[in-house]
Design a protein around this ligand. Structure first.
Ligand SMILES: C[S@@+](CC[C@H](N)C(=O)[O-])C[C@H]1O[C@@H](n2cnc3c(N)ncnc32)[C@H](O)[C@@H]1O
Length: 217
C-alpha cells in the first residue's frame, strides 16, 4: 500500500524565484553543492550502468547548478544540456566545461519554460535535488515536464532528498510519494537508497530510474 504524498509545509514556496538561488550562489551559501559529481552518479556509470542499460545518449540535467553532474555525464560520452535559472550557476558550469575541454550546453532558463521547444528531445532526464528544490505544489507539473522532455522509451534518473524534516528547500519526500508521483507516467525500474551516498546524507537520499511510458493509464 502506497501512502499519500508527504504534505511538506510550504511557507517559502513563493520565494523560490531565480533571485533566491542566485543570492545563494553569490554568497557561497550552497551547502547542497558537493564540489564534484554525486558519488551515486559516479557509481551509476561505472558499476550500475550495464545492469540498468544506461548507454550514452542525449541527456538534459534539470537544476544543474554548477554542472558537476552534467560534466560527469559529458565525460562519459553523453550529449549534455544543463539547465538552471541562476546565472552564477550557469556561468560556473560553462567555465568548468571550458576548463575541462568538455562539450556541453548550459542554458540559463526556468525548467518550466523548456516546452514546447525541447519536447521529446532527450534519451535521459537527469536530476540531483531538483524535484526537491521546487515548491512542492509544482511536483505533478514537474513529472509532466519530465515526461514531455523524454522521447518514448527514454529514462529519468534522479536523486531525491528523502529526509523527513519539515520545510525546505530541499523539501523532503518519502520514497512512497516519489513512487506515487512518477508511476502516473513512468515505469519504476529502480527506486532505492542511493548507493555511495555522501556520509552526511546517508539514509536521506534515494536513487530513482524510471522508464517513460508512452500511453500511461
Ligand atoms: C539544491 S540546488 C541543486 C543543484 C545541483 N543539482 C547540485 O546538486 O549541485 C537546486 C538548483 O535548482 C535550480 N532551480 C530551482 N528551480 C528551478 C527552476 N524552476 N528552473 C531552473 N532551475 C531551477 C536552482 O537554481 C539550484 O541551482
Amino acid at each position: 500500500m502506497i501512502s499519500s504524498a508527504a504534505a511538506s509545509p510550504d511557507p517559502s514556496a513563493a520565494d523560490l524565484i531565480p533571485e533566491f538561488w542566485e543570492e545563494r550562489y553569490q554568497t557561497g551559501s550552497t551547502r547542497w553543492d558537493l564540489g564534484q559529481p554525486a558519488p551515486t552518479f559516479i557509481h551509476l556509470l561505472s558499476e550500475m550502468g550495464a545492469t540498468n542499460r544506461i548507454a550514452p545518449g542525449r541527456a538534459i540535467i534539470l537544476g544543474c547548478g554548477r554542472g558537476h553532474d552534467a560534466l560527469w555525464f559529458a565525460r562519459h560520452g553523453f550529449e549534455v544540456t544543463g539547465v538552471d535559472y541562476a546565472p552564477s550557476a550557469i556561468a560556473a558550469a560553462q567555465a568548468s566545461a571550458s576548463a575541462a575541454g568538455l562539450s556541453a550546453i548550459f542554458l540559463q532558463r526556468d525548467i518550466f519554460d523548456l516546452l514546447p521547444a525541447y519536447r521529446s528531445r532527450f534519451d535521459y532526464v537527469i536530476e540531483h535535488t531538483c524535484f526537491c528544490a521546487i515548491a512542492p505544489h509544482l511536483r505533478d507539473r514537474y513529472v509532466d515536464l519530465v515526461h514531455q522532455l523524454l522521447r518514448p522509451g527514454g529514462q529519468f534518473i534522479g536523486i531525491f532528498f528523502t529526509h523527513q524534516r519539515p520545510g525546505g528547500p530541499p523539501y523532503g519526500v518519502t520514497p512512497q510519494a516519489v513512487q506515487q508521483f512518477f508511476s502516473r507516467r513512468f515505469l519504476i525500474h529502480h527506486l532505492g537508497p542511493a548507493p555511495r551516498s555522501p556520509l552526511q546524507r546517508q539514509g536521506e537520499e534515494h536513487l530513482g530510474i524510471f522508464g517513460h511510458q508512452e500511453n500511461p493509464n
